[in-house]
Design a protein around this ligand. Structure first.
Ligand code: MG
Length: 388
Protein backbone atom coordinates (compact mmCIF):
# COMPACT_ATOMS: atom_id res chain seq x y z
CA UNK A 1 0.00 0.00 0.00
CA UNK A 2 1.44 3.45 -0.89
CA UNK A 3 0.08 6.86 -0.01
CA UNK A 4 -0.31 9.69 -2.51
CA UNK A 5 -1.61 13.04 -1.19
CA UNK A 6 -3.28 11.29 1.71
CA UNK A 7 -5.04 8.70 -0.50
CA UNK A 8 -4.06 5.09 0.05
CA UNK A 9 -3.45 3.42 -3.30
CA UNK A 10 -3.76 -0.29 -3.82
CA UNK A 11 -0.75 -0.85 -6.07
CA UNK A 12 -0.20 -3.72 -8.45
CA UNK A 13 2.23 -5.28 -6.00
CA UNK A 14 -0.31 -5.03 -3.19
CA UNK A 15 -2.94 -6.63 -5.44
CA UNK A 16 -0.55 -9.39 -6.39
CA UNK A 17 0.21 -10.04 -2.73
CA UNK A 18 -3.53 -10.15 -2.06
CA UNK A 19 -3.97 -12.69 -4.85
CA UNK A 20 -1.23 -14.88 -3.36
CA UNK A 21 -2.90 -14.72 0.02
CA UNK A 22 -6.61 -14.88 -0.75
CA UNK A 23 -7.22 -16.86 -3.93
CA UNK A 24 -7.84 -20.61 -3.98
CA UNK A 25 -4.68 -22.72 -4.54
CA UNK A 26 -6.03 -23.78 -7.96
CA UNK A 27 -6.57 -20.15 -9.11
CA UNK A 28 -4.28 -18.51 -11.64
CA UNK A 29 -2.20 -15.69 -10.15
CA UNK A 30 -1.30 -12.73 -12.34
CA UNK A 31 2.29 -12.75 -11.08
CA UNK A 32 2.70 -16.29 -12.41
CA UNK A 33 1.52 -15.49 -15.93
CA UNK A 34 3.68 -16.72 -18.78
CA UNK A 35 3.53 -13.15 -19.98
CA UNK A 36 3.10 -11.35 -23.28
CA UNK A 37 4.56 -11.88 -26.73
CA UNK A 38 6.16 -8.43 -26.59
CA UNK A 39 7.77 -7.59 -23.26
CA UNK A 40 6.46 -4.46 -21.55
CA UNK A 41 6.89 -2.66 -18.26
CA UNK A 42 4.40 -3.75 -15.60
CA UNK A 43 1.78 -1.16 -14.68
CA UNK A 44 2.26 0.50 -11.27
CA UNK A 45 -1.40 0.04 -10.33
CA UNK A 46 -2.96 -2.71 -12.41
CA UNK A 47 -2.20 -6.41 -12.50
CA UNK A 48 -1.43 -7.94 -15.90
CA UNK A 49 -4.93 -9.41 -16.23
CA UNK A 50 -6.50 -6.06 -15.30
CA UNK A 51 -4.54 -4.49 -18.16
CA UNK A 52 -5.78 -7.21 -20.51
CA UNK A 53 -9.36 -6.55 -19.45
CA UNK A 54 -9.01 -2.79 -20.02
CA UNK A 55 -7.45 -3.24 -23.46
CA UNK A 56 -10.30 -5.50 -24.56
CA UNK A 57 -12.94 -2.98 -23.48
CA UNK A 58 -11.16 -0.20 -25.41
CA UNK A 59 -10.78 -2.26 -28.59
CA UNK A 60 -12.67 -1.57 -31.82
CA UNK A 61 -13.96 -5.14 -32.01
CA UNK A 62 -15.53 -4.78 -28.56
CA UNK A 63 -17.55 -1.70 -29.54
CA UNK A 64 -18.75 -3.39 -32.72
CA UNK A 65 -20.51 -6.11 -30.70
CA UNK A 66 -23.24 -3.56 -30.02
CA UNK A 67 -24.47 -4.05 -33.59
CA UNK A 68 -23.91 -7.77 -33.98
CA UNK A 69 -26.51 -10.54 -33.83
CA UNK A 70 -26.98 -12.83 -30.88
CA UNK A 71 -30.04 -14.68 -32.25
CA UNK A 72 -32.10 -11.85 -33.67
CA UNK A 73 -30.51 -9.86 -36.46
CA UNK A 74 -29.64 -6.44 -35.03
CA UNK A 75 -32.27 -4.36 -36.85
CA UNK A 76 -35.16 -6.68 -35.88
CA UNK A 77 -35.86 -4.91 -32.59
CA UNK A 78 -34.32 -2.85 -29.83
CA UNK A 79 -35.33 -5.11 -26.93
CA UNK A 80 -33.41 -8.21 -27.79
CA UNK A 81 -29.90 -9.24 -26.83
CA UNK A 82 -27.01 -8.27 -29.01
CA UNK A 83 -23.51 -9.72 -28.79
CA UNK A 84 -22.59 -6.88 -26.48
CA UNK A 85 -25.41 -7.28 -23.97
CA UNK A 86 -24.94 -11.05 -24.08
CA UNK A 87 -21.26 -10.51 -23.28
CA UNK A 88 -22.08 -8.27 -20.31
CA UNK A 89 -24.41 -10.95 -18.95
CA UNK A 90 -21.68 -13.57 -19.32
CA UNK A 91 -19.28 -11.26 -17.44
CA UNK A 92 -21.78 -10.90 -14.60
CA UNK A 93 -22.39 -14.64 -14.22
CA UNK A 94 -18.70 -15.48 -14.58
CA UNK A 95 -17.58 -12.92 -12.00
CA UNK A 96 -20.20 -14.10 -9.52
CA UNK A 97 -18.96 -17.66 -9.84
CA UNK A 98 -15.25 -16.76 -9.89
CA UNK A 99 -15.41 -14.56 -6.81
CA UNK A 100 -17.34 -17.19 -4.85
CA UNK A 101 -14.87 -19.91 -5.84
CA UNK A 102 -11.76 -17.82 -5.06
CA UNK A 103 -10.61 -17.77 -8.70
CA UNK A 104 -8.92 -14.86 -10.47
CA UNK A 105 -11.73 -12.41 -11.17
CA UNK A 106 -9.91 -9.97 -13.52
CA UNK A 107 -8.73 -12.94 -15.60
CA UNK A 108 -12.28 -14.27 -15.80
CA UNK A 109 -13.51 -10.81 -16.71
CA UNK A 110 -10.94 -10.44 -19.51
CA UNK A 111 -11.80 -13.85 -21.00
CA UNK A 112 -15.54 -13.20 -20.73
CA UNK A 113 -15.33 -9.73 -22.30
CA UNK A 114 -13.39 -11.12 -25.25
CA UNK A 115 -15.04 -14.52 -25.64
CA UNK A 116 -17.33 -13.50 -28.53
CA UNK A 117 -15.15 -10.88 -30.26
CA UNK A 118 -14.52 -13.25 -33.17
CA UNK A 119 -18.17 -13.56 -34.20
CA UNK A 120 -18.86 -12.27 -37.71
CA UNK A 121 -22.10 -10.39 -38.47
CA UNK A 122 -25.32 -12.44 -38.22
CA UNK A 123 -24.15 -14.83 -35.51
CA UNK A 124 -23.81 -18.53 -36.17
CA UNK A 125 -25.24 -18.27 -39.67
CA UNK A 126 -22.51 -15.74 -40.47
CA UNK A 127 -19.90 -18.14 -39.11
CA UNK A 128 -21.26 -21.08 -41.09
CA UNK A 129 -21.38 -18.97 -44.29
CA UNK A 130 -17.81 -17.69 -43.96
CA UNK A 131 -16.57 -21.18 -43.10
CA UNK A 132 -18.11 -22.53 -46.33
CA UNK A 133 -16.68 -19.63 -48.38
CA UNK A 134 -13.24 -20.24 -46.84
CA UNK A 135 -13.31 -24.03 -47.21
CA UNK A 136 -10.34 -24.09 -49.62
CA UNK A 137 -8.47 -21.43 -47.66
CA UNK A 138 -8.29 -22.67 -44.09
CA UNK A 139 -11.94 -22.27 -43.02
CA UNK A 140 -13.44 -19.88 -40.51
CA UNK A 141 -14.15 -20.36 -36.79
CA UNK A 142 -15.04 -17.55 -34.41
CA UNK A 143 -12.81 -19.03 -31.69
CA UNK A 144 -9.84 -18.78 -34.03
CA UNK A 145 -10.86 -15.37 -35.37
CA UNK A 146 -10.82 -13.92 -31.87
CA UNK A 147 -7.10 -14.69 -31.70
CA UNK A 148 -6.53 -12.99 -35.08
CA UNK A 149 -8.34 -9.96 -33.68
CA UNK A 150 -6.41 -9.66 -30.42
CA UNK A 151 -3.05 -10.66 -31.99
CA UNK A 152 -3.19 -9.04 -35.45
CA UNK A 153 -6.17 -6.93 -36.38
CA UNK A 154 -6.35 -4.52 -33.45
CA UNK A 155 -3.72 -1.77 -33.64
CA UNK A 156 -2.48 0.03 -30.57
CA UNK A 157 1.28 0.04 -30.75
CA UNK A 158 3.70 1.32 -33.42
CA UNK A 159 6.06 -1.65 -33.09
CA UNK A 160 3.66 -4.60 -33.24
CA UNK A 161 0.14 -5.69 -34.17
CA UNK A 162 -2.55 -6.62 -31.72
CA UNK A 163 -3.34 -5.96 -28.07
CA UNK A 164 -0.39 -7.95 -26.69
CA UNK A 165 -2.52 -9.82 -24.17
CA UNK A 166 -1.24 -12.32 -21.63
CA UNK A 167 -0.69 -15.95 -22.61
CA UNK A 168 -3.49 -17.23 -20.33
CA UNK A 169 -6.12 -14.94 -21.85
CA UNK A 170 -5.08 -15.76 -25.42
CA UNK A 171 -5.01 -19.48 -24.82
CA UNK A 172 -8.40 -19.45 -23.12
CA UNK A 173 -9.97 -17.64 -26.09
CA UNK A 174 -9.22 -20.52 -28.45
CA UNK A 175 -11.68 -22.67 -26.52
CA UNK A 176 -12.76 -25.79 -28.40
CA UNK A 177 -10.34 -25.05 -31.24
CA UNK A 178 -7.36 -25.54 -28.95
CA UNK A 179 -6.97 -29.21 -29.85
CA UNK A 180 -7.04 -28.78 -33.64
CA UNK A 181 -6.25 -25.21 -34.72
CA UNK A 182 -2.72 -24.65 -36.09
CA UNK A 183 -2.32 -21.55 -33.90
CA UNK A 184 -2.77 -23.75 -30.81
CA UNK A 185 0.75 -25.14 -31.32
CA UNK A 186 2.29 -22.31 -29.30
CA UNK A 187 0.31 -23.24 -26.18
CA UNK A 188 1.40 -26.05 -23.90
CA UNK A 189 -1.14 -28.85 -24.24
CA UNK A 190 -3.09 -29.78 -21.11
CA UNK A 191 -6.16 -32.01 -20.98
CA UNK A 192 -8.22 -29.16 -19.44
CA UNK A 193 -8.39 -25.39 -19.54
CA UNK A 194 -7.66 -23.12 -16.60
CA UNK A 195 -10.57 -23.07 -14.15
CA UNK A 196 -11.06 -19.40 -15.05
CA UNK A 197 -11.79 -20.40 -18.66
CA UNK A 198 -14.09 -23.19 -17.52
CA UNK A 199 -16.07 -20.66 -15.49
CA UNK A 200 -16.55 -18.42 -18.54
CA UNK A 201 -17.64 -21.38 -20.63
CA UNK A 202 -20.28 -22.38 -18.07
CA UNK A 203 -21.34 -18.73 -17.64
CA UNK A 204 -21.80 -18.42 -21.40
CA UNK A 205 -24.25 -21.32 -21.43
CA UNK A 206 -26.14 -20.01 -18.40
CA UNK A 207 -26.40 -16.52 -19.92
CA UNK A 208 -27.59 -17.55 -23.37
CA UNK A 209 -29.98 -20.21 -22.14
CA UNK A 210 -31.58 -17.75 -19.80
CA UNK A 211 -31.72 -14.74 -22.11
CA UNK A 212 -32.89 -16.81 -25.06
CA UNK A 213 -35.87 -17.94 -22.99
CA UNK A 214 -36.51 -14.29 -22.13
CA UNK A 215 -36.14 -13.00 -25.72
CA UNK A 216 -38.15 -15.89 -27.18
CA UNK A 217 -41.04 -15.17 -24.80
CA UNK A 218 -40.88 -11.44 -25.46
CA UNK A 219 -40.86 -11.92 -29.22
CA UNK A 220 -43.81 -14.33 -29.02
CA UNK A 221 -41.74 -17.11 -30.62
CA UNK A 222 -43.03 -19.51 -27.96
CA UNK A 223 -45.42 -19.22 -25.01
CA UNK A 224 -44.96 -19.75 -21.30
CA UNK A 225 -47.38 -22.70 -21.38
CA UNK A 226 -44.95 -24.54 -23.67
CA UNK A 227 -42.19 -24.10 -21.10
CA UNK A 228 -44.43 -25.59 -18.40
CA UNK A 229 -43.61 -29.03 -19.78
CA UNK A 230 -40.00 -28.59 -18.62
CA UNK A 231 -38.96 -29.60 -15.09
CA UNK A 232 -36.41 -26.79 -14.75
CA UNK A 233 -38.98 -24.17 -15.67
CA UNK A 234 -41.45 -25.58 -13.11
CA UNK A 235 -38.65 -25.61 -10.52
CA UNK A 236 -38.00 -21.89 -11.15
CA UNK A 237 -41.69 -21.00 -11.28
CA UNK A 238 -42.36 -22.66 -7.94
CA UNK A 239 -40.05 -20.04 -6.40
CA UNK A 240 -42.04 -17.08 -7.66
CA UNK A 241 -45.67 -18.26 -7.39
CA UNK A 242 -47.63 -15.74 -5.38
CA UNK A 243 -51.33 -15.02 -5.04
CA UNK A 244 -52.55 -12.65 -7.75
CA UNK A 245 -49.32 -12.62 -9.75
CA UNK A 246 -50.02 -11.88 -13.43
CA UNK A 247 -48.87 -14.14 -16.26
CA UNK A 248 -46.31 -11.75 -17.76
CA UNK A 249 -44.82 -10.77 -14.39
CA UNK A 250 -44.67 -14.40 -13.33
CA UNK A 251 -42.81 -15.28 -16.53
CA UNK A 252 -40.34 -12.44 -15.98
CA UNK A 253 -39.73 -13.42 -12.37
CA UNK A 254 -39.39 -17.06 -13.38
CA UNK A 255 -36.64 -16.15 -15.87
CA UNK A 256 -34.82 -14.37 -13.04
CA UNK A 257 -35.32 -17.29 -10.66
CA UNK A 258 -33.96 -19.61 -13.33
CA UNK A 259 -30.66 -17.75 -13.66
CA UNK A 260 -30.32 -17.74 -9.85
CA UNK A 261 -30.85 -21.51 -9.72
CA UNK A 262 -28.27 -22.10 -12.45
CA UNK A 263 -25.59 -19.79 -10.97
CA UNK A 264 -25.96 -21.18 -7.45
CA UNK A 265 -25.90 -24.75 -8.67
CA UNK A 266 -22.78 -24.05 -10.72
CA UNK A 267 -20.99 -22.52 -7.73
CA UNK A 268 -22.02 -25.18 -5.22
CA UNK A 269 -21.31 -28.15 -7.42
CA UNK A 270 -17.99 -26.75 -8.65
CA UNK A 271 -16.89 -25.87 -5.10
CA UNK A 272 -17.61 -29.46 -4.07
CA UNK A 273 -15.57 -30.81 -6.98
CA UNK A 274 -12.62 -28.51 -6.25
CA UNK A 275 -12.66 -29.53 -2.56
CA UNK A 276 -12.90 -33.22 -3.42
CA UNK A 277 -10.01 -33.06 -5.93
CA UNK A 278 -7.84 -31.01 -3.57
CA UNK A 279 -5.97 -29.27 -6.42
CA UNK A 280 -2.88 -27.52 -5.07
CA UNK A 281 -2.15 -25.48 -8.22
CA UNK A 282 -3.76 -24.34 -11.50
CA UNK A 283 -1.72 -27.02 -13.30
CA UNK A 284 -3.17 -29.75 -11.10
CA UNK A 285 -6.69 -28.72 -12.19
CA UNK A 286 -5.53 -28.68 -15.81
CA UNK A 287 -4.28 -32.27 -15.55
CA UNK A 288 -7.66 -33.55 -14.26
CA UNK A 289 -9.33 -36.15 -16.50
CA UNK A 290 -12.47 -34.03 -16.94
CA UNK A 291 -13.52 -30.38 -16.49
CA UNK A 292 -14.09 -29.36 -12.88
CA UNK A 293 -16.51 -26.47 -13.29
CA UNK A 294 -20.03 -27.53 -14.08
CA UNK A 295 -23.56 -28.24 -12.94
CA UNK A 296 -24.79 -30.96 -10.64
CA UNK A 297 -26.16 -34.11 -12.32
CA UNK A 298 -29.76 -33.14 -11.35
CA UNK A 299 -29.53 -29.70 -12.95
CA UNK A 300 -27.68 -31.04 -15.97
CA UNK A 301 -30.48 -33.54 -16.52
CA UNK A 302 -33.07 -30.75 -16.33
CA UNK A 303 -31.09 -28.30 -18.45
CA UNK A 304 -30.71 -30.64 -21.44
CA UNK A 305 -34.45 -30.66 -22.31
CA UNK A 306 -34.53 -26.84 -22.07
CA UNK A 307 -31.59 -26.61 -24.51
CA UNK A 308 -33.40 -29.06 -26.83
CA UNK A 309 -36.58 -26.96 -26.53
CA UNK A 310 -34.71 -23.80 -27.57
CA UNK A 311 -33.11 -25.57 -30.53
CA UNK A 312 -36.46 -26.83 -31.72
CA UNK A 313 -38.61 -23.80 -31.03
CA UNK A 314 -36.32 -20.80 -31.21
CA UNK A 315 -33.06 -21.18 -33.12
CA UNK A 316 -34.92 -22.87 -35.98
CA UNK A 317 -38.15 -20.89 -35.82
CA UNK A 318 -39.25 -19.80 -39.28
CA UNK A 319 -38.81 -16.11 -38.45
CA UNK A 320 -35.26 -16.72 -37.31
CA UNK A 321 -34.67 -18.90 -40.39
CA UNK A 322 -35.80 -16.07 -42.65
CA UNK A 323 -33.41 -13.60 -41.04
CA UNK A 324 -30.62 -16.12 -41.40
CA UNK A 325 -31.36 -16.85 -45.06
CA UNK A 326 -31.11 -13.14 -45.84
CA UNK A 327 -27.92 -12.89 -43.82
CA UNK A 328 -26.26 -15.73 -45.72
CA UNK A 329 -27.23 -14.17 -49.04
CA UNK A 330 -25.72 -10.81 -48.05
CA UNK A 331 -22.43 -12.26 -46.77
CA UNK A 332 -21.97 -14.55 -49.76
CA UNK A 333 -22.50 -11.79 -52.28
CA UNK A 334 -20.27 -9.35 -50.41
CA UNK A 335 -17.47 -11.89 -50.05
CA UNK A 336 -17.57 -12.88 -53.73
CA UNK A 337 -17.70 -9.26 -54.87
CA UNK A 338 -14.54 -8.35 -52.92
CA UNK A 339 -12.66 -11.47 -54.00
CA UNK A 340 -13.71 -10.91 -57.62
CA UNK A 341 -12.69 -7.24 -57.52
CA UNK A 342 -10.36 -6.38 -54.60
CA UNK A 343 -10.31 -2.80 -55.91
CA UNK A 344 -13.72 -2.35 -54.20
CA UNK A 345 -12.12 -2.85 -50.76
CA UNK A 346 -11.03 0.18 -48.72
CA UNK A 347 -7.29 0.86 -49.30
CA UNK A 348 -6.14 -0.43 -45.89
CA UNK A 349 -7.84 -3.78 -46.61
CA UNK A 350 -6.40 -3.92 -50.12
CA UNK A 351 -3.01 -3.71 -48.41
CA UNK A 352 -4.16 -6.29 -45.84
CA UNK A 353 -5.09 -8.83 -48.57
CA UNK A 354 -1.59 -8.40 -50.04
CA UNK A 355 -0.11 -9.27 -46.68
CA UNK A 356 -2.51 -12.03 -45.57
CA UNK A 357 -3.68 -13.46 -48.90
CA UNK A 358 -6.79 -12.45 -50.85
CA UNK A 359 -9.33 -14.81 -49.26
CA UNK A 360 -8.09 -14.47 -45.69
CA UNK A 361 -7.88 -10.70 -46.02
CA UNK A 362 -11.43 -10.45 -47.38
CA UNK A 363 -12.63 -12.84 -44.67
CA UNK A 364 -11.10 -10.60 -41.97
CA UNK A 365 -12.82 -7.58 -43.48
CA UNK A 366 -16.24 -9.24 -43.70
CA UNK A 367 -15.93 -10.89 -40.26
CA UNK A 368 -15.21 -7.51 -38.68
CA UNK A 369 -18.43 -5.95 -39.98
CA UNK A 370 -21.44 -5.28 -37.82
CA UNK A 371 -24.85 -6.49 -39.03
CA UNK A 372 -25.73 -2.91 -39.83
CA UNK A 373 -22.56 -2.19 -41.78
CA UNK A 374 -22.92 -5.41 -43.78
CA UNK A 375 -26.50 -4.50 -44.77
CA UNK A 376 -25.45 -0.93 -45.73
CA UNK A 377 -22.48 -2.23 -47.68
CA UNK A 378 -24.75 -4.69 -49.48
CA UNK A 379 -26.92 -1.78 -50.63
CA UNK A 380 -23.88 0.32 -51.61
CA UNK A 381 -22.46 -2.47 -53.76
CA UNK A 382 -25.60 -3.91 -55.32
CA UNK A 383 -28.20 -1.15 -55.43
CA UNK A 384 -27.36 0.90 -58.56
CA UNK A 385 -29.14 3.95 -57.15
CA UNK A 386 -27.29 3.91 -53.81
CA UNK A 387 -24.13 6.03 -53.37
CA UNK A 388 -20.98 3.91 -53.50
MG1 MG B 1 -21.10 -16.19 -25.91
Amino acid sequence: MTTTKGIRLLTREAKEAREERDLAPCAMRSRRSRGRRHAEEPDPLRTGFEKDRDRIVHSTAFRRMEYKTQVFVNHEGDYYRTRLTHTLEVVQVARSAASALGLNEPLVEAIALAHDLGHPPFGHKGEETLDALMREHGGFRHNRQVLRIVDLLEKRHPAYDGLNLDYEVRESLLKGERKTAPEAAEFEPFPQFLLEEQVVDAADEIAYTNHDVDDGLKAGIFAEEELDALAIWRRARARVEAPGISGRLRAKRTVRALIGILINDLIEHSAGRIAEAGFDSPEAARRAPSPTIGHSPEIRAELAPLRAFLHRNFYHHYRVNRMMAKAREMLERLFRAYVGNPGTLPPEFQAWTEREGLHRGVCDYVAGMTDRFAADEYRRLFDPLERA
